[in-house]
Design a protein around this ligand. Structure first.
Ligand code: NAD
Length: 253
């Protein structure tokens, strides 16, 4: 049953928010899921939730900014399921975690800039490098989770904005390169979604963001997972090199 029946799909940042919702949605659509996160307990919990619902999932601990972790993560997936049909490069961080929230470009601490780029951009590239190698003979689908910050500028989040624009560019270049190998590579660009990532800033800005969003509310992780799962499935067979905004109209306004 389901549009991802029997596909082996890897999800990074699987312990929380959009990643967690994506793991659960993929499993509901019949996928066998590799749930990867830097949080061992979080990855184990979501894999357990899938199994409790009758699905198939394993958990892997990996920091996407570390190449040895990423290599081992993809290797584990292929060893367990014999192949890799899909990969969702979702792990990401923002200013709150790095102490750069609210800072303008010239005020960003070097360490914060470096960490945001390392996780959000280099982490996606490292993931793709190993995922593409695993998909070379079979084809597959890669979905990179960017942001509306990959489409428009987000003030006081320049490092985040730069990293997400980078993810969109990387997605497009790689899609051209690997089309002939039947590897589809797409990005999703969510607007403001209710997850722990933006909790701190929501305390101040929720009203403003709701007002600025044509649909009048923030999005849910489940709503983003819908699009990600579709892009992983054969329903999206002719889609590659695309970057879909999914933002309640935020960037249209
Ligand atoms: P979240 O904080 O709820 O979840 C992120 C998960 O990624 C956590 O489980 C965390 O442990 C994991 N993670 C962080 N760094 C990691 C690393 N180096 N290696 C492995 N795992 C790591 O956040 P979320 O809102 O679900 O964000 C998921 C993705 O969606 C991110 O790329 C984020 O930039 C993007 N996004 C979020 C929003 C939003 O409004 N929440 C909007 C646009 C894009």
């Amino acid at each position: 049953e389901g549009i991802c029946r029997d596909k082996a799909v890897l999800v990074t940042g699987a312990a929380s928010g959009i990643g967690r919702a994506t793991v659960l949605a993929l499993a509901r659509e019949g996928a066998r899921v590799i749930a990867a996160d830097r949080s061992a307990a979080g990855a184990a919990a979501v894999a357990e939730a899938v199994r409790a619902a009758g699905g198939e999932a394993i958990d892997v601990v990996a920091d996407v900014a570390r190449e040895d972790d990423v290599a081992a993560m993809v290797e584990t997936a292929v060893r367990r399921f014999g192949r890799l049909d899909g990969a969702v490069n979702n792990a990401g961080i923002g200013g709150a975690e790095t102490g750069s929230a609210g800072k303008r470009t010239a005020e960003i601490p070097r360490a914060a800039w470096d960490r945001i780029i390392a996780v959000n951009l280099t982490g996606v590239w490292l993931g793709m490098t190993h995922e593409i190698a695993a998909m070379q003979a079979t084809g597959g689908a890669i979905v990179n989770v960017a942001s509306v910050g990959g489409v428009v500028g987000l003030p006081t989040a320049a490092a985040y904005t730069a990293s997400k624009h980078g993810v969109v560019g990387l997605t497009k270049a790689a899609a051209i390169e690997y089309g002939a190998a039947a590897i589809r590579i797409n990005a999703v660009c969510p607007g403001y979604i209710e997850t722990p990532l933006i909790q701190a800033s929501l305390e101040r800005r929720r009203g403003h963001l709701e007002q600025r969003t044509p649909l009048g509310r923030l999005g849910t992780a489940e709503e983003i997972a819908e699009l990600v799962v579709w892009l992983c499935s054969d329903r999206a067979a002719y889609v590659t090199g695309a970057a879909y905004t999914i933002d309640g109209g935020y960037t249209a306004a």
